[in-house]
Design a protein around this ligand. Structure first.
Ligand SMILES: Nc1ncnc2c1ncn2[C@@H]1O[C@H](COP(=O)(O)OP(=O)(O)OP(=O)(O)O)[C@@H](O)[C@H]1O
Ligand SMILES: [Mg+2]
Length: 490
């Protein structure tokens, strides 16, 4: 059976004397429905699986361009062809663009010409479909790739995004919802969180979601510069204001006029800088070093800190009034270990990112790796996870899964919860006291061997055994190194 028999056309034309002959003419090749109004056409589209709509722009209840405008949203795969009286080229181009119409045909148009056009339109759609299928097959040529893709689709469906921030946890959803609200205002935002939790990414997202997005986003690390330099970086200076100031300098606040300035590591600034910043936040004016004149600068301040500012205020090293000013909105990004639900989506996201960058096919991430990742406390937060996955992708061969043998030493060492559960069962399961103790001992030795990648002197030292004592235990419990660096029980 040719695919052609299955393709269904809808001819929308108010004049029955034109519609009927055209429908009959096309019927030799296609299944054809006719409609005399927009209303009738919508009813048919809702009921039938239509492949192409030919709309004659003379129906009483709707203009073709409006009809196709809606059809594009409601039935995006349907090919749209418009027949019109218009000879006005700019108008035709406008229609093609606005409603993404495949072709606009001036009236009158002989039926054979229409049929040719319909043939070509359906052919090119079929080619595009096959191309899509083939490229998908090339990408995911075996079952592993297919199931990985399904898994990915599910993960992506279950995850959220805020600009470039990827997450699945409710706690991040809450922070991002607040950030969206903050983005709509001009108030300062204080973003706090441990190192690598995504504070800068969050600041960029807020700028990107604000109506300042067409103006600059300029970042300044406040921890990296001595006080005088930092002041001059932000407020600018006049020539000769201090040694080395050989010309006037426009500060960041003026350079970012209309946009956003991101002050990173705000906890590190000196008391005198705190005063200048507070003045700027109150007046919106900058006074370059060595100058008497002030100047307005319309910038929005976002600040970040990986030390809790509240504690610094209590300790008396950070001004309370500045803290309250900066804290128009306060966003606290939780550490990654407190939102383990984010780990799988981030791991998949980074694995895709780096496999694309390195032009490498990764079959997926094994369940065991995910368990290790989710059991690890990630002191370096998302940045550490990102580096870990980057490293794993570079170690994995083309088409391979990221598996435990690609894990870095710190991550390989962690004991995933299910292994911990097994340990518990070692004790809770059946057996005499001696058997239970022996099972536990075997487990302790196994873990230590894994942690030290079979370096027996290190293991013996850690467990307080002699080399011979350790060798005896290995023999007794029949432990052997697996090729992956893991352990097999002989
Ligand atoms: N939710 C996330 N989704 C995707 N990438 C993220 C996310 N969070 C962080 N990252 C990535 O992790 C890395 C660290 O993020 P970022 O520089 O924003 O952290 P930070 O909190 O500013 O760290 P630091 O305190 O050390 O300056 C970046 O490469 C960033 O792209
Ligand atoms: Mg940062």
């Amino acid at each position: 059976m040719s695919t052609r028999d299955e393709e269904t056309l809808l001819i929308v034309e108010s004049d029955p004397d034109s519609r009927r002959p055209l429908v009959n003419f096309l019927k030799t090749d296609y299944k054809v429905c006719g409609a005399k109004s927009g209303k009738e056409a919508w009813a048919i589209l809702a009921k039938e699986k239509i492949d192409l709509v030919l709309f004659d722009d003379g129906v009483p209840d709707i203009r073709g361009v409006e009809f196709f405008h809606d059809a594009r949203v409601r039935y995006p795969d349907v090919i749209r062809i418009l027949v019109t009286e218009s000879r006005d080229l700019p108008d035709i181009v406008k229609i093609i663009k606005e409603a993404a119409v495949y072709q606009v045909i001036p009236k009158p148009c002989p039926p054979w010409h229409l049929r040719l056009l319909i043939d070509r339109a359906l052919e090119s759609r079929e080619l595009a479909r096959r191309h899509r299928l083939m490229s998908r097959e090339l990408k995911f040529s075996d079952a592993a790739f297919r199931s990985h893709k399904e898994h990915l689709t599910k993960l992506i469906r279950d995850s959220y995004e805020f600009d470039k921030l990827v997450f699945a946890s409710d706690s991040m959803l809450e922070v991002c919802n607040l950030a969206r609200k903050a983005a709509a205002t001009d108030m300062p935002v204080l973003i706090q969180g441990e190192t690598g939790t995504g504070k800068e990414l969050m600041a960029r997202a807020i700028h990107g979601f604000s109506n300042r997005k067409r103006f600059p986003f300029l970042a300044q690390n406040c921890g990296a510069l001595p006080d005088e330099l930092l002041q001059s970086e932000l407020f600018g200076h006049k020539r000769g204001a201090f040694t080395g100031a050989i010309s006037d300098r426009l500060g960041l606040f003026v350079a970012a006029d209309g946009g956003t300035v991101f002050l990173d590591e705000i906890s590190e600034v000196s008391p005198s800088f705190q005063v200048s910043l507070l003045r700027f936040l109150q007046e919106g004016e900058v006074k370059p070093l060595g100058s008497e004149k002030t100047r307005k600068a319309n910038v929005r301040i976002l600040a970040a800190s990986n030390r809790p500012i509240k504690e610094l205020v209590e300790a008396g090293t950070f001004r309370k009034d500045l803290y309250y000013r900066l804290r128009g909105f306060e966003l606290i990004i939780p550490p990654l270990r407190e939102r383990v639900e984010d780990i799988p989506v981030l791991a998949e996201y980074f694995s895709r990112k780096f496999s694309e960058l390195m032009n490498r096919r990764v079959a997926g991430i094994t369940v065991q790796v995910m368990r290790h990742l989710q059991a690890y406390p990630f002191p370096g937060n998302v940045r550490e996870l990102e580096t870990e996955i980057q490293r794993m992708v570079s170690l994995a061969g083309n088409g391979e899964f990221l598996s435990t043998e690609h894990l870095s030493e710190d991550l390989a060492k962690v004991v995933p919860p299910d292994a911990r559960l097994k340990e518990m069962n070692l004790i809770n399961g059946a057996g005499t006291l001696k058997q239970k103790v022996e099972r536990l001992e075997a487990q302790v030795v196994t873990q230590a061997l894994l942690r030290h990648r079979w370096n027996q002197s290190k293991v013996a030292k850690e467990l307080g055994l002699s080399r011979v004592g350790l060798a005896n235990k290995i023999r007794r419990y029949k432990l052997a190194a697996a090729p992956s660096g893991g352990i097999t029980h002989a």
